[in-house]
Design a protein around this ligand. Structure first.
Ligand SMILES: Nc1ncnc2c1ncn2[C@@H]1O[C@H](COP(=O)(O)OP(=O)(O)O)[C@@H](O)[C@H]1O
Ligand SMILES: [Mg+2]
Length: 466
């Protein structure tokens, strides 16, 4: 079973025995070896290796190298003689995850072991999410596992090869630009231009000439002719962002482009034809604008051939862990920072936030957090939200190399247990498996946390190595 199994490699028999008994009573399953040659065949089934550095025959450092060359991922904790810090440092450089200096207290031993296992769990969990992300929840670079996003991917796949007009609706930061580009990329037009027209950014009096171009002498200062955005997009895609802000006189001309693919440059009566695919986006409800008479009904229906509504992030929180991981990975690479993992508790903080700025705000938050984080792993205090929402008390902004300030291992263990239960939808056997515990061991911990009556404690006590 997947009880956490520890391999102890120690030549001194008495010490080996003491450690074994102690760890067994703490609920671990133990394997022992007196030298590397005996240890090697056992290592592949261990969840953690605790090894002396000075061993007869092959020494501990060689052992670490051998474990690595065999691809064994279990964390290794080395035990060193008093005063031999250099050896410990050497072992850490080779990949040991921690060290214990002899003589050590048994309590300290438990702490170090649990810390290493917690870390291993976190790494494995992040890796699992990453694998899922890579294989299932990504369309190009667009991440989504919620039903809404998967439906959108599906629509994008179906609509991309056609010339159908698409109307993207959603709050700012939900990914409208991204989806528009994906549609273009998956269309036969991908080798032609994708021209983005930001309708709010263009002053009203310049809009017509920007969109449709002008001929020499069309207005004072028009010394040369200039093609507009639609001509630039010929053969490709025109993306009209914030379409709700287009003034009435332009709306008529857009309607004509959509119906006939024809227009005239400003100051010219020569009719031009273009082959464009139109994608429009809006972050306001166009129907309200319709009712108020600010938006033409005929244009609305021409645009709304294939509507894609992207829900705000707060309505698809299943996407959050995957988006967060995606940004941690992408931004760590871009920023050259070391933080590469994110703790379940930090993910919880992200899930709790309402994200008024949607995915854009999440991306910025992760970037800021990565830049300011102190360790390899983003912990709750490392998450710098734009507007802290009260329920997370003052973060000092400093965190210890491993456990954030003010947190204890016990606290951390409890967070992991809660997270496992959450992911297992409360199923204890499943949660226990994720944590590498027996169901009884999990129950025992839950009763200690006051989350379950200790009634069945007697059935497991601390003898969990059955
Ligand atoms: N589903 C997603 N997966 C990955 N990145 C996303 C996703 N949605 C949005 N983004 C990122 O968030 C930011 C905002 O997205 P954008 O498409 O500009 O939003 P909008 O156009 O709706 O305001 C961009 O940097 C984009 O790359
Ligand atoms: Mg946008």
């Amino acid at each position: 079973m997947s009880l956490s199994r520890i391999l102890i490699v120690e030549d001194e028999e008495k010490l080996r025995r003491v450690i074994q008994l102690h760890l067994e009573s703490a609920g671990f399953e133990i394997m022992t070896a007196a030298k590397v040659e005996q240890a090697m065949p056992l290592a592949s089934s261990a969840n953690l290796v605790l090894t002396d550095l000075r061993l007869p025959g092959t020494d501990g450092l060689r052992f670490i190298q051998q474990l690595q060359s065999k691809g064994i991922q279990a964390p290794v904790i080395v035990m060193t003689a008093h005063g031999s810090v250099e050896a410990a440092v050497e072992a850490m450089k080779l990949g040991a995850s921690d060290f214990l200096q002899k003589p050590f207290s048994l309590d300290h031993l438990t702490t170090v072991v649990q810390k290493a296992l917690a870390m291993q769990f976190l790494r494995a969990e992040n890796q699992r999410l990453r694998d899922e992300l890579d294989t299932r929840y990504q369309f190009d670079n667009i991440v989504g596992r919620s039903a809404a996003m998967r439906e959108i991917f599906h629509t994008v796949e179906r609509v991309a090869p056609t010339r159908a007009t698409v109307l993207l609706a959603g709050e700012s930061g939900v990914g409208k630009d991204m989806i528009a580009r994906a549609i273009h990329q998956h269309s036969p037009r991908k080798n032609h231009s994708f021209v983005k027209i930001n309708c709010t950014a263009i002053p009203e009096n310049l809009m017509e000439s920007e969109l449709f171009g002008y001929d020499k002498g069309a207005f004072t200062g028009a010394a040369n002719s200039k093609p507009g955005k639609f001509e630039q997009a010929d053969g490709g895609t025109a993306f009209l962002d914030e379409i709700g802000d287009v003034p009435g006189n332009i709306q008529v001309k857009l309607l004509r482009i959509l119906q006939e693919r024809q227009f005239e440059r400003l100051g010219s009566n020569f009719t031009r034809s273009v082959d464009v695919r139109v994608i429009a986006a809006t972050n306001v409800d166009l129907r309200a604008a319709l009712e108020e008479g600010r938006f033409r009904e005929d244009l609305y229906y021409r645009l709304n051939v294939v509507p894609i509504n992207i829900p705000p992030l707060r309505e698809r929180k299943e996407d959050l862990p995957f988006l967060a991981l995606h940004f941690v990975q992408k931004l760590s690479r871009e920023l050259g920072t070391t933080a590469k993992e994110i703790s379940p508790a930090a993910l919880d903080r992200l899930v709790d936030h309402p994200w008024p700025g949607n995915v854009r705000e999440l991306e910025n938050t992760i970037e800021r957090s990565l830049v300011l984080a102190s360790g390899d792993i983003l912990q709750p205090p490392d998450i710098r939200l734009e507007a802290p929402r009260g329920h997370h008390p003052a973060n000092s902004g400093q965190s210890a190399p491993f456990l954030p300030e003010g947190e204890t291992l016990e606290h951390w263990e409890q967070m992991m247990i809660r997270e496992a239960l959450r992911r297992a939808n409360g199923n204890k056997s499943q949660a226990a498996r994720m944590l590498g515990l027996t169901r009884n061991a999990l129950r025992y911990r839950l009763s200690q946390m006051g989350l379950e009556s200790g009634a069945d404690e007697a059935e497991n006590g601390v003898q969990l190595n059955a």
